[in-house]
Unconditional design. Structure first.
Length: 145
């Protein structure tokens, strides 16, 4: 079974998108757009204190009539975090995401954030694994004839 560590390795150690809680929503939106991603980790130094997602923007900024130029991440971020470790499997992560209704999971090891996996990362890995299994089965069947 594929693990979070394997997914992070395939991402080529992409830099984490992170901002402090004093950053504005506008700064977070710019980072999301620049990196073509759906979430930003909110960090106080090395400590993970929240996450800001496109969903947070829609529900906690737009629907509440706030302005992204002056709203702070500290006021609109999600603070109830679901995190995973590098040895957790894709299936375990999918279970967490489904149960918690989240699309992004920070990856923590030895108390520090080492990465982030998205639902897209997990689905892509599952598809890769399925393609590999299908190819192996096709080879087996072709060899058995």
């Amino acid at each position: 079974m594929a693990t979070v560590a394997q997914i992070l390795s395939a991402k080529k150690n992409a830099p984490l998108a992170a901002l402090p809680p004093t950053a504005t929503v506008r700064e977070a939106l710019q980072l999301l757009a620049d990196q073509n991603i759906g979430s930003v980790l909110v960090m106080q130094g090395d400590a993970l204190i929240g996450i800001f997602t496109e969903r947070d923007y829609a529900r906690r900024v737009i629907l509440k009539g706030l302005h992204s130029v002056d709203a702070l991440l500290a006021d609109v971020m999600t603070t109830r975090l679901y995190v995973v470790g590098p040895r957790q499997t894709v299936q375990e992560c999918m279970g967490i995401m489904t149960k918690a209704h989240v699309r992004h999971l920070p990856v923590v090891d030895d108390g520090g954030v080492i990465g982030l996996v998205s639902i897209g990362d997990l689905v892509n890995r599952m598809l890769e694994d399925q393609r590999f299994l299908i190819a192996q089965l096709e080879q087996y069947i072709a060899g058995a004839s």
